[in-house]
Design a protein around this ligand. Structure first.
Ligand code: BES
Ligand code: MN
Ligand code: ZN
Length: 502
């Protein structure tokens, strides 16, 4: 999608749809009046007679010929101005883009300032427009033999014009729009990867995707294969993948080695390309969704591309352990005791608690980069879905300032994070009898005990945060900014975090 900033003085041809907003209780529509006086008069009449009052969910539209801006003008209610925030703006714009799609509008024009109010500043708002525009236009239809666009040759809005009426204001907005577009497109890359099924994306084809990205963006790629993993004694990665015919890998993408003096951040993403549970096999209900157990890895891979496109002055290393968790004639067994790369031994109580095993090895490996911070993302526990549904990322870690930065980025992007405690007492629950650790901590506090396990693999004095994205990486029902399926959660969060890195 093309996103253009358009100023009032610019010559422009009529769009297919002009979108504007009105807050609850407004009496006049000055902005609209200067552009489309006739529609504005009608709308103001509607305000007077309470036919339209700017409440959320209300709308007023007209379709006519010979107008200046667009054949159709659509005014949407934004609700109370003091309740309006970034999240409501993002949702509004995303819904309007969906509407534009239904209308088969190719050229969509948004009256920028009509959507500003409350605490929203113009510059971040412009970013939200671009981001919502890109996100809401996403579909995953590569496996449909009859595509939406075959039907009337329409495949969604092509041009999004952000019409800015305040003189000179557009100069400050361009960069935000450009950055938001980079970040949103990175999110789509993550969605595309996660939505791919397990018969297409396996550990080796995920490596190929990482290679494609590395070539496209000029990132350094290192792939540790079975021989390397054995040499490094990565018993977690090897053990989980034991039942698969496809070799495992530890994918490492690196950006900005010349910025090392500014500090290194390691991003680690769980890449279970399919999680059957192994011998501790999952029930068949919903098992098809376990293709999204690679979401952490896909988010990390996609974020590496974003970090490069934003040219951030940081050294960022993305690590993604890639495995397939399968039963077979020679799989990992419950009760197996394995040795992880940091030397700790683990009794595998449940082969379905595999994410922590592969992450343990990857987190220990991250120490090699002497990072200022390590952040892992993983669809780690079903318990996290029970706790937060799809409303928050479960956040845990060992460093308050890092966690605070992540929470802030979560507020900014709408990818909200909520902290859970990692008290020492929880560590008792994963102590082994015949081994150092158990890979499960029983039925209580499952999200926390999983994180306590990961903590055992964090090098001393390293700031670390763990993001359990089990609830947020997938949406069962379509949202305004995302169709049913992978959400690409984490790309926006990490991009904002790293953009404002302190
Ligand atoms: N990938 C799952 C967690 C998961 C479940 C993610 C549902 C998304 C939706 C993970 O590997 C897993 O199976 N965890 C187990 C751990 C348990 C056996 C201790 C779980 O949460 O049930
Ligand atoms: Mn599992
Ligand atoms: Zn899993």
């Amino acid at each position: 999608m093309k996103i253009n900033l358009v100023s009032l003085s610019e010559k422009r041809r009529p769009a297919d749809l002009l979108l504007a907003g009105a807050f609850e209780g407004v009496k006049s529509l000055n902005l609209l009046r200067s552009l489309e006086p006739e529609f504005a008069r009608t709308a103001e009449q509607a305000l007077k007679t309470k036919r339209f009052s700017g409440k959320k969910g209300e709308s007023l539209s007209s379709l006519s010929q010979g107008v200046r801006e667009a054949a159709e003008i659509y005014l949407t209610g934004l609700g109370a101005v003091d309740k309006f925030n970034r999240a409501s703006l993002a949702k509004t714009i995303a819904s309007l883009i969906r509407l534009a799609r239904c209308r088969k509008a190719k050229r969509v024009r948004l009256l920028f300032e009509s959507f500003l109010g409350g605490k929203i500043q113009a510059a971040p708002a412009a970013g939200i427009f671009a981001e919502a525009g890109v996100l809401a236009s996403y579909t995953f239809d590569k496996y449909k033999t009859k595509k939406e666009k075959d039907d009337g040759k329409f495949s969604g809005p092509e041009v999004l014009e952000i019409l800015v009426t305040k003189k000179g204001a557009e100069k400050n907005l361009g960069q935000n729009i450009q950055e938001a577009q980079i970040i949103a497109e990175g999110t789509l890359r993550a969605r595309n990867l996660v939505n791919e099924p397990g018969n297409v994306i396996n550990p080796q084809t995920l490596v190929a995707e990482a290679r494609k990205l590395a070539r496209e963006k000029g990132l350094r790629l290192t792939v540790l294969g079975p021989a390397d993993l054995k040499r490094l004694q990565m018993g977690g990665i090897l053990g989980v993948n034991q039942g698969s015919k496809i070799p495992p890998a530890l994918i490492i993408l690196e950006y900005g080695a010349s910025h090392k003096s500014k500090g290194t951040v390691c991003l680690v993403g769980k890449g279970v390309t399919f999680d059957t549970g192994g011998i501790s096999i999952k029930p068949s209900n919903d098992m098809e969704k376990m293709k999204y157990d690679k979401a952490g890895a896909c988010t990390v891979i996609a974020t590496m591309g974003v970090v490069r496109d934003l040219k951030l002055p940081l050294h960022v290393v993305g690590l993604a352990p890639a495995v397939e968790n399968m039963p077979s004639e020679n799989p990992q067994r419950p009760g197996d005791i394995i040795r992880m790369s940091n030397g700790k031994t683990v009794e595998v109580i449940n082969t379905d608690a595999e994410g922590r095993l592969i992450l343990g090895d990857a987190l220990a490996y991250a120490a090699k980069y002497k990072p200022k911070a390590v952040i892992d993302l993983a669809t780690l526990t079903g318990m996290c879905v029970y706790t937060f549904s799809d409303q928050a990322i479960g956040l845990m870690g060992n460093n308050d300032s890092l966690l605070a930065q992540i929470k802030k980025a979560g507020e900014e992007t709408g990818e909200r994070c909520w902290e859970l405690p990692l008290w020492d007492e929880y560590g008792e629950m994963i102590k082994g009898h015949h081994s150092d650790l158990l890979n499960t901590g029983g039925k209580y506090a499952g999200t926390i005990t999983a994180a306590m396990f990961l903590k055992e693999f964090i090098p001393p004095k390293t700031a670390w945060a763990h993001l359990d994205i089990a609830g947020t990486a997938w949406c069962d029902k379509p949202r305004a900014d995302c169709p049913q399926g992978a959400t690409g959660v984490g790309v926006r969060l990490l991009a904002h975090l790293l953009k404002n890195w302190k």
